[in-house]
Every structure is written in C-alpha cells, then in structure tokens.
Design a binder for this molecule. Structure first.
Ligand code: C2E
Ligand code: MG
Ligand code: MG
Ligand code: MG
Length: 262
C-alpha cells in the first residue's frame, strides 16, 4: 500500500511538472505575440503655469488576452527572462514615433530596474539614445535599486547621452531620501495615492506640500500624477506642483493627444 502511495505521489508530481511546463509554454507564446503587437499609448503632462502640454508619458499597451495590463506583461517577461527584450521593444517604438511629437515636448519613458543592466540602454547608437535630449527616463521608487551595481555611474552615463531622469511613484515606495541623493533626478512624480482626494485631506496636503518643498529646494520639478478631478488638480497647483497628469486632463491615447486645460 505504501509503495503504491509513493508511486502515485511521484506520478502526480510529474503530471504537475508537465502542466507547469505547458503553462510556461503557453505564457511564452502569449508574451511573444504580445511583444509583436505591442503598442505605446501617450498621456499628456501639462504645465500648471502655462496650462500647455509639455510632455507625454509612454505607456505600453497589449491586446494579448492573457496579458492586457502592463503589470501582466512585465510579470511574464520577468518569468521568461525577456525583460530586456520588452524594454528594447518599448524604447524602439517610442524612438520611431517621437518625430511626430509636438515640438518642445518631452517623452517620459518608464524603465524597469533590470533595464539598467541592459547594454542597449547605454548604446549611443541605439534608436532612443539618438533622441535622448527629448526623453525623460522614469525610475519607480517602488522597486529597490540596491541590487544594481555602479548605480551612480550608470546614471552618469545616461545623463552623458542626454537623458533626463525622473523618480516615479514618489510616496508609494520605501526608498526615502537616500534615493534622491543617489539619483538626483531632474523631475519627481508624486504618486497618485497621495493625490487621490488631496483637496479634502489636510494630512495629504501637508505631505504633498513637504515633498514639493523638498524637491523644488533641490532644484527638481514636480509632476502630480493620477489627477482625476478638477478639485485635485487645483489643489496640487496651489501646493506648488509644476506639472499635472491624470484622467481629469487626458487619458493615455494614441500619439499624440495634446491638450490645454479649460
Ligand atoms: P506609472 O508609470 O506610475 O504610470 C501611471 C499609470 O497610471 C498608468 O497606468 C496610467 O494609465 C495610469 N493613470 C494615469 N492617470 C490616471 C488617473 O487619473 N487615475 C488612475 N486611476 N490612473 C491613472 P498603466 O498604463 O496601466 O501602467 C501601470 C504601470 O505599469 C506604470 O505606472 C508603470 O509602472 C508600468 N508601465 C507602463 N508602461 C511601461 C513601460 O513601457 N515600461 C515599464 N518598465 N513599465 C511600464
Ligand atoms: Mg511612470
Ligand atoms: Mg511606475
Ligand atoms: Mg507613477
């Protein structure tokens, strides 16, 4: 009886391994299709002072059924070791479309921490590097950069290519002030969790105001992201944010939906 149970258990294990392999194959096929048909949507970033569009955030869009959100695509690419392929794909699409962007606007491109280990990002001959002066690279504060060796050197190289740098999702992560010292970004983006309902929440107002003071004191510009209402927009303008981005101004769309807010 024991022997039979052991054999059955082994059989079940090999079945589930086979199923795992099948899942992996299916995910691999989905991701490869998603990479082929990947598009980029652009969401306007608007100046609080002039109310004009100063830039656009590039956001990947996939119509592959199992991989409809950026998080799902990134997760699959991570599992299958294709993060660099994904990053290059987005950067090459942006590079091909950037000539259609209105003059004097910047394109904000999200990086995954692993992109900082991709030689293509640092190649002066890569398509995006050729237009680096028009590009702001966003690094999320959510992810740890502890594991990235020679981080300061890498940022220096990116700046030498002409890129500007932004810290994304400020206030949502755990990096704190040491992050600023390491990245010294030109721009910071206040996370939408601090923006949501800010007009009716004195504590959020104080936090945003403090972040704005800190950032502008260090010579950085501040984007408030995830603005969904006119009240949130007017509030972050009062609190000193330089730029606003969110559904209240414009949703991400095909290249390039420039707007002026009413
Ligand atoms: P993120 O970089 O913080 O981008 C902002 C996200 O908020 C986008 O979601 C955008 O569509 C959404 N958003 C903009 N305005 C509003 C608003 O008013 N309300 C709400 N509720 N949401 C708003 P999306 O496109 O789904 O992207 C989610 C995240 O996936 C991004 O967050 C970014 O971390 C990552 N991501 C997107 N595209 C790329 C990419 O090309 N490369 C990399 N590495 N990451 C990307
Ligand atoms: Mg971003
Ligand atoms: Mg982000
Ligand atoms: Mg963000």
């Amino acid at each position: 009886v024991l022997r039979k149970a052991v054999l059955e258990a082994a059989h079940l294990r090999s079945l589930s391994r086979a199923r795992g392999g099948e899942d992996r194959l299916r995910l691999d096929q989905s991701l490869r299709r998603a990479l082929k048909t990947l598009r980029v949507a652009y969401q306007p970033i608007v100046s609080c002072a002039t109310r004009e569009t100063i830039g656009f955030e590039a956001l990947m869009r996939s119509t592959e059924p199992a991989l409809t959100t950026p998080a799902a695509v990134i997760d699959a690419a991570e599992k299958l070791g294709l993060l660099h392929t994904l990053g290059r794909r987005v950067r090459n699409i942006v590079a091909a479309q950037i000539e259609d962007a209105p003059r004097a606007t910047a394109i904000f491109v999200n990086l995954h921490p692993s992109d900082l280990a991709d030689p293509d990002l640092f190649d002066p001959a890569s398509p995006l590097s050729r237009v680096a002066r028009q590009v702001v690279l966003e690094l999320t504060e959510r992810a740890s950069l502890e594991a990235v060796p020679d981080l300061e050197l890498r940022f220096e190289s990116l700046r030498a290519l002409g890129y500007r740098l932004a810290v994304d999702d400020l206030g949502a992560g755990y990096a704190g002030l040491s992050y600023f010292a390491r990245v010294q970004p030109e721009i910071v983006k206040v996370d939408m969790s601090l923006v949501r309902g800010v007009d009716a929440d004195v504590v959020r107002q104080r936090v945003v105001h403090s972040l704005v003071s800190l950032a502008t004191g260090l010579g950085m510009e501040v984007v408030a992201e995830g603005i969904e209402t006119a009240a949130e927009r007017d509030c972050v303008v009062r609190l000193g944010c330089t730029y606003v981005q969110g559904y209240a101004l414009a949703r991400p769309g095909p290249a390039f939906p420039s707007i002026t807010w009413p």
